[in-house]
Design a protein around this ligand. Structure first.
Ligand code: XMP
Length: 323
């Protein structure tokens, strides 16, 4: 019968057998799945695993530090961090279209990750044969159940590596659902902030700024988002809501009055939703006093924001994210 202990034991054994004395690479996104997959593989093969974290500069406040410090401290994993925030900002310069932003972020991400991968192979030699992925059971079902290898085209050849690097996949979460993955993560001693993290999109805050993404706007949104998360947590609402995107309408300004003067600032949108699987969602009926507190704090503490609005649209017709 199913226990987290037996799942861990079984997977550790299987991973050891699969990898032997070769080496593996795992990309960390800051999310639950990649973190738990990496921790399991780390438990099985220790220093034969190297994790890569691409910091695209679009994470929320404290999230990169959670991976760099807390995740490493709790697992002892060998982590390579690539600070690529400048590169992403440059690539996003002048871009407001949501699909274009997503394409650029996805493309840059793959380039940076592949470059890091190539550097690891250059350092550690051809024994690097495995790539760890946090594929869950629902993903397996959705994609028709296939397994096998990942063909990764290398755009940046480092030290004469072959054009096409072929990896075998290690997917230790293939039989698990999300709640089971969280239990396994907890059992492995991962930090609560990572194990219980709500969904967050890969393109990060880049698709929560309506308008061009700039460093100043990211900093501003990070502050507003941190306040909203802090107050929702303090009110004990984390488990009642699926997620709460916080969106900066960077291309909109409205008139306000703050202190003893007129302001002309940006609105922040709160988008709290309830959902089972993100396919459909309902807007969360948050208590007015919590909404009031978030609004007061954001307008007091975040520069250039003079208005907080609530999104009361279900999905459909609205998607959860604004872009
Ligand atoms: P939408 O906005 O389509 O979002 O209703 C549904 C769920 O997916 C998340 N989301 C993403 N997750 N990469 C991700 O890993 C993405 O590009 C992406 N876009 C949306 C969103 O946060 C919600 O949970």
């Amino acid at each position: 019968d199913w226990t987290t202990g037996s799942v861990i034991e079984e997977q550790v054994e299987a991973i050891r057998e699969q990898v032997g004395d070769k080496r593996a690479i795992c990309g960390l996104s800051g999310g639950v799945d990649s973190a738990v997959a990496a921790a399991l593989v780390q438990k099985a093969i220790g220093s034969q695993l190297t994790c890569v974290y691409v910091d695209h500069g679009l994470m929320r406040k404290g999230e990169t530090e959670q991976v760099e410090k807390d995740f490493v401290a709790s697992t002892g994993v060998n982590l390579k961090v690539v600070d690529a925030s400048e590169r992403f900002l440059n690539a996003l310069k002048g871009v407001s279209d949501p699909e274009e932003k997503r394409k650029i972020i996805g493309r840059e991400f793959i380039r940076v990750f592949e470059q890091a991968q190539a550097e690891i192979i250059a350092d550690e030699g051809p024994a690097v044969e495995f790539l760890v992925q946090g594929t869950l059971y629902p993903d397996v079902v959705e994609s028709g159940g296939g397994t096998g290898t990942a063909n990764i085209k290398s755009h940046h050849n480092v030290g004469g590596l072959p054009e096409d690097l072929e990896f075998q996949l290690i997917e230790p979460l293939r039989k698990l659902f999300k709640d089971e993955v969280r239990m396994v993560g907890q059992e492995l001693g991962l930090p609560e902030e990572i194990v219980q993290r709500q969904p967050f999109p890969g393109p990060g805050l880049g698709i929560r700024i309506v308008g061009e993404v700039t460093k100043e706007r990211l900093d501003l949104l990070r502050e507003a988002d941190a306040i909203a998360r802090e107050e929702l947590t303090a009110a004990g609402l984390d488990r009642d809501i699926w997620q709460c995107p916080v969106v900066l309408l960077a291309d909109v300004r409205s008139v306000g009055v703050q202190g003893d003067g007129r302001t002309y600032g940006h609105p922040i949108v709160l988008r709290p939703v309830s959902s089972e699987d993100a396919m459909t969602a309902d807007w969360s009926r948050l208590p007015y006093d919590v909404l009031g507190k978030i609004s007061t704090r954001i307008t007091n503490e975040v520069k250039d924001v003079n208005r907080v609005v609530l999104d009361v649209t279900s999905k459909p017709p609205g998607t959860i994210e604004w872009e």
